[in-house]
Design a protein around this ligand. Structure first.
Ligand code: DC
Length: 238
């Protein structure tokens, strides 16, 4: 079966990564969590007190950062490593969430990570989730999905997620964080979060993860069949 790129963009806490991960596993595709890459850079910047307004220092710091995804057989997941160190747990903490939008708005950071993401997906057969996948990283992705959900429901989901990791945070603080991130993500000058014209809209407010996964998998099947009918994959089939 020919392989495509599935780009899943949208606001935080809409279920993007959980859906993307399961879609990838159903289709036998690679899952690439681009948010984790921005989170890992943020962690490094915080640890090294990188001045966020000094492009030269940012460029020099970026050259020292090497992000990889390593498969953990125990959890059955790909986990984020920063310069060889597993930072999967650390980058999910609230102090990183509070700083990541500011770091990911820096053009030099985006240029470096977008180039890496394009490299990671060059063979297709990937589900990539983020904020600019369908608009910037893979504007030619065969399937684009834009996810959204009611902001109160998003805050509740984030609270449960943090609680499962042992972080007890009030809904007010989470709502503030979500609002701030939405604002920075949608108004930054370099590839702001927006729905690509050809992205399918998925409002997950009242959907289960299984329903979301099914929705995307069905769209992927339809898209592949339609591309096959149009003769798009001729070279691979011969
Ligand atoms: O999906 P996430 O919550 O882990 O993403 C963390 C932050 O990274 C989010 O606030 C915006 C930023 N991000 C981005 O700017 N572009 C992407 N492709 C992915 C994430």
């Amino acid at each position: 079966m020919p392989k495509i790129i599935i780009a899943i963009d949208g606001y935080s806490s809409c279920g993007k990564s959980t859906t993307a991960k399961q879609v990838a596993s159903r289709l036998g595709y690679t899952y690439i969590d681009t948010g984790a890459m921005y989170r890992a850079v943020t962690l490094y910047f915080l640890q090294n007190h990188t001045p966020l307004t000094n492009p030269k220092a940012i460029q020099q710091t970026l050259e020292k950062i090497h992000i990889t995804f390593n498969f953990n057989a125990k959890t059955g997941r790909n986990e984020t490593c920063l310069n060889g160190l597993n930072v999967e747990e650390e980058i999910r903490k609230l102090y990183i969430a509070n700083a990541v939008s500011e770091v990911s708005a820096i053009p030099e950071v985006r240029w470096a990570l977008v180039a890496q993401q394009q490299q990671l997906g060059r063979k297709r057969g990937a589900v990539m989730d983020g904020r600019d996948i369908g608009t910037k990283v893979f504007p030619d992705a065969e399937l684009k999905v834009f996810m959204t959900a009611d902001s109160f429901i998003r805050a509740q989901r984030r609270q449960i997620e943090l609680l499962e990791k042992g972080e007890m945070v009030g809904l007010d603080e989470i709502t503030e964080n979500i609002k701030k991130r939405d604002h920075i993500d949608t108004t930054r000058s370099e590839s702001p979060l927006r729905r690509a014209e050809d992205a399918k809209l998925l409002d997950t407010s009242f959907m289960t993860i299984d329903e979301q996964v099914e929705w995307v998998v069905q769209l992927a099947d339809e898209r592949i069949s339609s591309l096959l009918r149009q003769g798009h994959f001729k070279k691979e089939i011969v």
